[in-house]
Design a protein around this ligand. Structure first.
Ligand SMILES: Cc1cc2nc3c(=O)[nH]c(=O)nc-3n(C[C@H](O)[C@H](O)[C@H](O)COP(=O)(O)OP(=O)(O)OC[C@H]3O[C@@H](n4cnc5c(N)ncnc54)[C@H](O)[C@@H]3O)c2cc1C
Length: 568
């Protein structure tokens, strides 16, 4: 018999989305529900902690900003693939979340008059990235964690969730490994919110933490819930060369500029109005074009451009960009006060995710999804910077409330033991006790290389087809074994489980990208160089099957804004 733990509501993930959801569920139920939060890392190591630049919200209507303008900027930024009803909710509720965090103790940066400060960010018509120096995620997480501790929420830190248990299209529970002790458990719960974040570690040059792997996406995918719009992977223009650490867009928001080998501010040729603050997809493509046409630099064996902050002055850099100055000093020995920073486009965000309705509810009763793991979809084909942390907060609150109301009404049931056993067999017989000679870490590196080479910023049919073939070959190789047989803190075991989900989800991204024969947002096909609204103004849905991913499509919810040419 597998030991079982019972909660009314279980949340997988303790990033911004998971924590915000847990707090809301506890508030709505007045602490009457038993709530568990599972995270494979310590709460404050969730990737949200590294958000740097800001959280988008309209705070100053009296100074000319408008919710409608935030909606329009987001829809245009998304290359018209966002669902406009969802965008409306994001923009309407984001300001409330900023003030809510303020009441819980968030130390927002201030203007001279003492009011909350905001900085310009890419693709917006008004400075609406609300920030706390260049460590917005750290302070938001600290504020939420601190608040969560005031409620009756139980944290399972360093527990790895493995599979969802679903019966008759209803959520029943999940399976998990307690990493410090190495024991396998089942969790029974009436409702669940998946908030497992993004999967940027599929690429080697990436801003994400090591733990950002697609386990949550894969859990849903294996449970036959479709993944939506997975071809849209965001690259951020300014990844520090050579290691990919993020240099926040706030650096350009505060006046930094990109320059090429000819010391030219090249963005003026690609986005004459918004320049360096055009949306990320456009800036990344412009940078790659500069590099391909021979106007880049080369250091550490990497072609790159420069981000120049030197004209901002010491005081502004020390006050607003202290975190990135420290990173650049420590990792490449350059002081941005005196010298420009070497940068190159880097994997940064997944616009796609688990399919759900406007409230984050999936097709499975009792199961919600929030944050980067979800595809609601507010970002469409390209997310605007600062809109993700807003999304995590807004849908953390919505899903927390909805799941709590559902769990309070739901009658008790029993957990299907056969499914718990089935998953135990899958991970222990299939992986832990598996045999083979191939090093799973080497397979992970090969997978990264396939994604870097075959599914980066510029894509085409042959390379995507080749990528799919290579990923399928990789999956068949003999890597499903764990050499370290210890129980306690067996990271070898956990990394191999992560690899299992990485290979499956890499295939989903490649197959979704292969099928979309147009350019839209972050998905740029050299062989189909135009956006094609007649045939492709639709969301991709990717379904799991024994024979590989199956693709279908669903409508985009257009309300007010019809697709138009996207110039900046
Ligand atoms: C370097 C960086 C800077 C960024 N800066 C900004 C910014 O300035 N503004 C902005 O809006 N956005 C920014 N983003 C994007 C934004 O931070 C993320 O999209 C957002 O924080 C994701 O939050 P989340 O709650 O969805 O997931 P995460 O914070 O990624 O948390 C995922 C959680 O899921 C848990 N988990 C995952 N798999 C499992 C499993 N199998 N079992 C148990 N637990 C699991 C993890 O332990 C973790 O707690 C940035 C992203 C990066 C990488």
């Amino acid at each position: 018999m597998v030991d079982s733990i019972e909660h009314d509501l279980i949340i997988v993930g303790s990033g911004l989305a998971g924590l915000r959801a847990a707090i809301e569920a506890a508030r709505v139920s007045k602490d009457r529900l038993s709530i568990g939060v599972i995270s494979k890392v310590q709460v404050m190591r969730s990737h949200s902690v590294s958000a740097e630049g800001g959280t988008a919200a309209v705070l100053y209507q009296e100074e000319g900003d408008r919710i409608e303008s935030h909606i329009y900027d987001t829809v245009k930024g998304s290359d018209f693939l966002a669902d406009q009803d969802a965008v409306e909710i994001l923009c309407k509720y984001a300001p409330l979340e900023i003030y809510q965090l303020e009441r819980w103790g968030m130390p927002w940066s201030r203007r001279k008059d003492g009011r909350i400060a905001q900085r310009p960010f890419g693709g917006y018509d008004f400075p609406r990235a609300t920030f706390a120096g260049d460590k917005v995620g750290f302070f938001e997480m600290q504020t939420l964690y601190d608040t969560a501790l005031k409620y009756k929420i139980e944290f399972y830190n360093e527990w790895f969730a493995s599979s969802l248990i679903i019966e008759d299209k209803e959520f029943r529970g999940l399976t998990a490994i307690d990493i410090p002790h190495g024991n396998y458990y089942s969790f029974k719960a009436k409702a669940c919110i998946i908030a497992t974040g993004g999967a940027g570690r599929l690429y080697s040059f990436s801003t994400y933490g090591y733990s950002s792997t697609p386990d949550g996406l894969d859990m849903a995918y294996r449970a036959k819930i479709p993944l939506k719009d997975m071809e849209f992977v965001q690259f951020h223009p300014t990844g520090l060369v050579p290691n990919g650490i993020l240099i926040t867009e706030g650096a350009r928001g505060d006046g930094g500029i990109l320059i090429n080998k000819e010391k030219e501010r090249f963005m003026k040729r690609y986005a004459p109005k918004k320049l360096d603050l055009a949306p990320r997809d456009i800036v990344c493509r412009s940078m790659m074009t500069e590099i391909e046409q021979g106007r880049g630099f080369e250091s550490y064996g990497m072609k790159h451009l420069l981000l120049d902050l030197t004209h901002l002055g010491e005081e502004k850099i020390k006050q607003n960009l202290a975190g990135i100055r420290e990173i650049v000093l420590k990792f490449v020995g350059i002081d941005p006060i005196d010298e420009p920073i070497p940068v190159k486009p880097v994997c940064h965000y997944m616009m796609g995710g688990i399919d759900c309705d406007i409230n984050g509810k999936t097709s499975i009763k009792g199961l919600w999804v929030a944050g980067e793991a979800s595809c609601i979809s507010v970002h469409g084909a390209n997310r605007l910077g600062a809109n993700s942390t807003s999304e995590c907060l807004v849908w953390g609150r919505i899903t927390g409330e909805q799941a709590a109301l559902y769990a309070m009404e739901k009658a008790s049931f029993s957990l299907p033991e056969d499914k718990v056993k089935e998953d135990e067999k899958r991970i222990y017989d299939g992986i832990f006790r598996g045999s083979g000679k191939e090093n799973p870490y080497e397979i992970r590196r090969e997978l990264n290389k396939i994604m870097d080479e075959n599914c980066y910023i510029f894509r085409k049919e042959e390379s995507l087809r080749e990528g799919i073939k290579k990923v399928r070959e990789l999956y068949r190789r003999a890597w499903k074994h764990v050499d370290d047989k210890d129980k306690e803190y067996n990271t070898n075991f956990i990394n191999t489980l992560e690899l299992d989900s990485m290979i499956r989800i890499a295939e989903v991204i490649l197959v979704s990208a292969y099928h979309r024969e147009e350019c839209r947002g972050s998905h740029y096909r050299l062989d189909y160089p135009n956006r094609d609204d007649k045939n492709w103004l639709k969301h991709t849905l990717c379904f799991y099957s024994e024979d590989g991913p199956k693709i279908d499509y669903t409508q985009v919810k257009l309300i007010k804004y019809k697709p138009e040419v996207r110039v900046y």
